[in-house]
Design a protein around this ligand. Sequence first.
Ligand SMILES: C[S@@+](CC[C@H](N)C(=O)[O-])C[C@H]1O[C@@H](n2cnc3c(N)ncnc32)[C@H](O)[C@@H]1O
Length: 288
Amino acid sequence: MERSLPATLDARELEELQSIVRALAGLSLENAARVTITRKAVERAQAIGSRSFDHYLSVLRSSFDEQDRLLEALTTKETYFFRQRYQFDAFEEEVIPELAAASRGSGRLTVWSAGCSTGEEAYSIAYLLAKNPLLVNFKVHVVGTDLCESNVEHARRAIYRASSFRATSPLEMPELFEPEGDGFRVSAPVRRLCSFRRVNLMRPDEVREVGRVDAIFCRNVFIYMDEETRARVTPLFYERLVPGGYLFLGHTESLLNSDSPFEPVHLQKDLVYRRAPAAQLAARRNAS
Ligand SMILES: C[S@@+](CC[C@H](N)C(=O)[O-])C[C@H]1O[C@@H](n2cnc3c(N)ncnc32)[C@H](O)[C@@H]1O
């Protein structure tokens, strides 16, 4: 039976919820997020008929299913095709040519969309790679990963409606979208370049399964994490990138004041981060 729980949590309940959510997904419950997260956690407690918030916390500690449901409720899925277009321009105009030249020997180029939500970012990247003449003979792959299974499933279906097209008109991009019901589906040639899986960025073993990549887009994910979590995740990105590989963060996110191994690179249209190329790393090692 559904029972009413108090709409606010006391300091101890909040602290316990915070430590569980932080350990599970690195999500921060600071400031404004705290009010929303409290409300959503109380709703989850009501949904499973918890007698008290302590009862809910004990279910949460032991049930993977409830952990998934709470994380589904707490995460922000907000995304759309070609969000922050200038970042895609920087990728297309300056980064793809450099990566194509560096990867000519292997003929492979892999990009990771980390925290891809429902897949729009990954497909936007794949479209730019697919249409780039420098990559005609390349084996191109975009791997999209997210914490939430429902997002991964949506990304695999690749069917989108109006809210995904805030920065684009699907009718103007027939190579990328084909009409499907009352929405649009990503075209098969672009879908074929992408794969999607569930990866929690807090779990190094899951992150390593992504393999080595030439560039990472992790945009609008760090904003939901505290500094400690960002400091845990950043070296995992560094490890996944090939020397000379690039990291794109969201427009409000930065590594500039952190103790990260990445070097900032000022492109004409964006500030991005790079794992130093192999020759540069060797020179640094020899000098030290
Ligand atoms: C606001 S969306 C960003 C989507 C896309 N990158 C963009 O910028 O449009 C944030 C995504 O990060 C995911 N996320 C949050 N914490 C995560 C974690 N620990 N591991 C993996 N994904 C996470 C959420 O599930 C959500 O889909």
